[in-house]
Design a protein around this ligand. Structure first.
Ligand code: BTN
Length: 319
């Protein structure tokens, strides 16, 4: 019932919807509508009631709920099912559990806060309540294990496009999975895999994006969209655009492979051409980041003139 009322109010944004219309939409009495409106207000929805006119939705709570994220979301796979939590240790763990129990391709786990958000290489991901977007997507592509890093590149493109569209900022992608603004990290992507021999059972792609995180809650070398813009960003709207972008890139990837996405990736990869230091097979390699190879590995021209292909590891931008 709550959803029917909200949808009726949303579809007529800026306008009053009569109690009678709402009771028809929800299939309940006008008294029941009044009670539901009170419940929605208690949840943080701002609803103006005006005698003879009805009700108008004047504001929604700043919370990433399944209801808000799925409203009007026209995706093929991503976000068809959304599991939203107020708080959890890590959305990765929940996504793995759900995936092992057969959760479908594209399902999303999102949390307002994480107690043990994790990053790559055993690092933590600082996830203060209501400030960022912390989500994990379950993917079930037909894929060779070696190709899974491509999903990280595809996800980075989706985040970059969503951030650019919603804020006008141009994030920089640092291979393979960091997004930076002004050299500071705004987003990290963690891709975990469940596979047997050479068959991928499923992939969990975790995205952590600092949206309205204040400076004192950010890790060293981190930033947030609000810090960069000097104003708060609408997390719900950004998260919806992010889900739509993830759906777009995933669909493109399934149909055409990584090639069309590499061009988008290059548009954000300002560090190409710069000097980098890369840990490769236990040794440090200095050189220039030149490009990506067709599989998504980073090509580095070393100081000895060799082209090395780096498919995993950390890249340090030297200058
Ligand atoms: C990194 O840059 O090291 C990757 C960070 C990934 C963080 C996200 S937040 C949502 C999901 N849940 C986690 O515990 N980690 C990922």
């Amino acid at each position: 019932m709550e959803e029917a009322i909200l949808n009726a109010l949303r579809s007529r944004k800026e306008e009053f919807v009569s109690g009678e219309e709402l009771s028809r939409a929800a299939g309940v009495s006008r008294t029941a509508i009044w009670k539901e409106i009170e419940k929605l207000r208690a949840e943080g929805y701002k609803i103006i009631a005006q005698p003879h006119s009805g009700y108008r939705l004047a504001g929604i709570p700043d919370r990433l709920t399944a209801q808000e994220l799925t409203w009007n979301l026209r995706t093929k796979r991503i976000g068809k099912r959304i599991h939203a939590y107020a708080e959890t240790d890590s959305t990765m763990d929940i996504a793995h559990r759900l995936a092992a129990a057969g959760e479908p391709d594209g399902s999303v786990v999102v949390a307002e806060a994480q107690g043990k958000g994790r990053g790559r290489m055993g690092r933590a991901w600082v996830s203060p309540k209501g400030k960022g977007i912390y989500l994990s997507v379950i993917l079930r592509p037909e894929l060779q294990i070696q190709a899974t890093p491509q999903l990280t590149l595809a996800a980075a493109v989706a985040v970059a496009e969503a951030v650019a569209a919603e804020t006008g900022l141009k994030p920089e992608i640092k291979w393979p999975n960091d997004l930076l603004i002004g050299g500071k990290k705004i987003c990290g992507i963690l891709t975990e895999l469940n596979a047997e021999l050479n068959r991928v059972n499923y992939v969990v792609a975790g995205i952590g994006l600092n949206v309205n995180t204040p400076g004192d809650k950010l890790p060293a070398h981190g930033t947030s969209l609000s810090e960069e813009l000097g104003s708060k960003v609408d997390r719900i709207s950004l998260a919806r655009v992010l889900l739509a972008q993830l759906d777009r890139v995933y669909d493109l990837y399934l149909k055409e492979g990584i090639t069309p996405l590499l061009d988008s990736w290059r548009r954000y990869a300002d560090f190409l051409g710069r000097r980098v230091r890369v840990a490769l097979d236990g040794r440090m390699v200095d050189g220039q980041a030149v490009d990506l190879d067709p599989a998504g590995a980073l090509l580095v021209r070393t100081d000895t003139g060799l082209i090395e292909s780096v498919s995993a590891g950390e890249v340090l931008i030297v200058r």
